[in-house]
Design a protein around this ligand. Structure first.
Ligand code: SF4
Length: 460
């Protein structure tokens, strides 16, 4: 019970940061969106153009949800990049593909030591690049497990075989997050829609279930033209709630170079255009977690988040928005509430001294046992009533599944960057912790970029 859910995390990152000025403008145009007013009332010095076709956000009061307790020194996960090499092209990737970037094991050990010194973590996301490109991936898994941490492989799965999966499981692998979406140019799956890709997702989910004992998560980047497909993936997850433990949706971001800002690193003005995720195109980069929520709720009106991570600049922005649902295969009976997540996180911390990342599949299968928490959590109580409405269901296993929606960096019109407060995906750079979604900046420019709005002609 104590291991419950908080386990919701997935990997945000097969996507980029965004540092552009049209991107977030919609949030400051009262006509552009229907959403909770932001407490942060920054006014743009350069009124930025609003991206056309405003999305319909869902209204959500952050104070009614549980604020996940993660912080810089005490978090559920950390982010290890053993390589920047990748065998696939993903449109939303935030890292430059470098086939010669495999870190040697002693360097990876140093990274893990640094995590251990600076930050308490429950799990380590093994990312990249694609970690399966690293020839010593099994040793890396063993190194992490040997330190008492949960290794979670974040991969596109292209070179994942049953044999390798079994080998990594023996080495201590805790789970996998498969990144699958329609903008990956995946051999054999090019041009397939998100709905058609559910077939591929299922193949991986079944493989992981057959090997057994591993957490199974899927993530996908959400673009303007794939936003409407999100409910299809949520629906697919419901049908396979017995073998799919976590679904993650990550709003696409890119650094729009549109002339609204000057970019500085260490006090010097820089040219941002060479950064992997910079673009002078105009892709939609202002999709918010509440936009994704709105699309999900059109199809599943009962879909109810229970926890969130706020932004560093905006307490009422939902950088990570978590929901937990209980269901029998093919039917969700209800959504857990904030108290349930709080219990899961706090009890895990009391027992293990760390916040929970990725519960084991055993816990996800024990939905009926979790119902014992109904007196403490209204969402759980509602789910229990719905489940028990048909007494015959008691013979069917009840499963728990997490759904996470992630909204990476937002650039505010006054130049502030709204990052995830308590970022779970901090990685190591130059002996310190750094946002993995913006790693290209310190690597290529010597530090993180600061954004300053260009002066208006009037000098204001
Ligand atoms: S701030 Fe952290 S959690 Fe948020 S998108 Fe960047 S690396 Fe990921």
């Amino acid at each position: 019970m104590r291991q419950l859910l908080g386990a919701t995390l997935g990997d945000p990152h097969l996507l980029p940061a965004q540092v552009g000025c049209t991107t977030f403008a919609g949030s400051f145009n009262p006509n552009a969106r229907r959403e909770t007013p932001n407490q942060d009332d920054a006014r743009p010095r350069n009124p930025a153009p609003v991206q056309e076709n405003a999305l319909m956000s869902e209204q959500l009061d952050h104070r009614s949800l549980y604020r996940l307790p993660w912080s810089l020194p005490d978090n559920a996960i950390s982010w290890l990049e053993p390589t920047a090499a990748c065998n696939l092209y993903c449109e939303g990737c935030y890292r430059t593909n470098d086939p010669k970037s495999h870190k040697p094991l002693d360097e990876i050990a140093d990274d893990l030591d640094l995590f251990t010194q600076l930050r308490t973590s429950d799990g380590i996301s093994v990312a990249g690049g694609d970690p399966l490109c690293h020839p010593e991936v099994t040793d890396i898994v063993a190194m992490i497990a040997g330190r008492g941490l949960k290794p979670i492989l974040n991969t596109n799965g292209l070179t994942l075989s049953r044999e390798l999966l079994i080998e990594m499981k023996r080495a201590g692998l805790w789970g996998l997050t498969l990144h699958i979406d329609s903008k990956q140019r995946r051999p054999g799956w090019r041009g397939k829609s998100e709905v058609e890709l559910n077939e591929l997702r299922l193949k991986f989910a079944q493989l992981i279930a057959e090997v057994g004992g591993l957490s199974c998560a899927f993530n996908s980047t959400v673009y303007e033209d794939t936003l409407e497909s999100v409910p299809e993936v949520v629906d697919w997850g419901e049908k396979h709630i017995d073998i799919v433990h976590v679904l993650v949706f990550i709003a696409f971001r890119a650094a729009l170079i549109d002339g609204c800002f000057d970019y500085y690193v260490n006090g010097r003005i820089i040219d941002l255009s060479d950064i992997r995720y910079a673009t002078d195109q105009q892709p939609r980069t202002d999709i918010k977690s509440t936009d994704i929520l709105a699309v999900i709720r059109k199809r599943f009106p009962d879909f109810q988040p229970c926890a969130y991570l706020n932004g560093t600049e905006m307490p009422d922005s939902f950088k990570w928005l978590a929901a937990g649902r209980l269901g029998t295969r093919g039917k969700v009976h209800g959504y857990v509430g904030p108290k349930f997540i709080e219990l899961a996180q706090v009890s895990h911390h009391l027992r293990h001294g760390r916040y929970l990342a990725y519960s084991s599949p055993k816990v996800h299968r024990r939905g009926r046992a979790l119902l014992a928490l109904s007196p403490l959590d209204r969402g759980m109580a509602r789910a229990a009533r719905a489940y028990l409405r048909n007494p015959l269901r008691i013979f069917r296993r009840l499963h728990y599944q997490s759904v996470m929606i992630i909204q990476p960096i937002d650039l505010l019109p006054d130049g502030r960057q709204n990052m995830c407060d308590g970022c779970p995906d901090m990685t190591v750079w130059n002996g310190r912790l750094a946002w993995s979604c913006r790693l290209e900046e310190p690597m290529n420019l010597g530090g993180f970029v600061q954004t300053v709005p260009k002066a208006t002609p009037e000098g204001h």
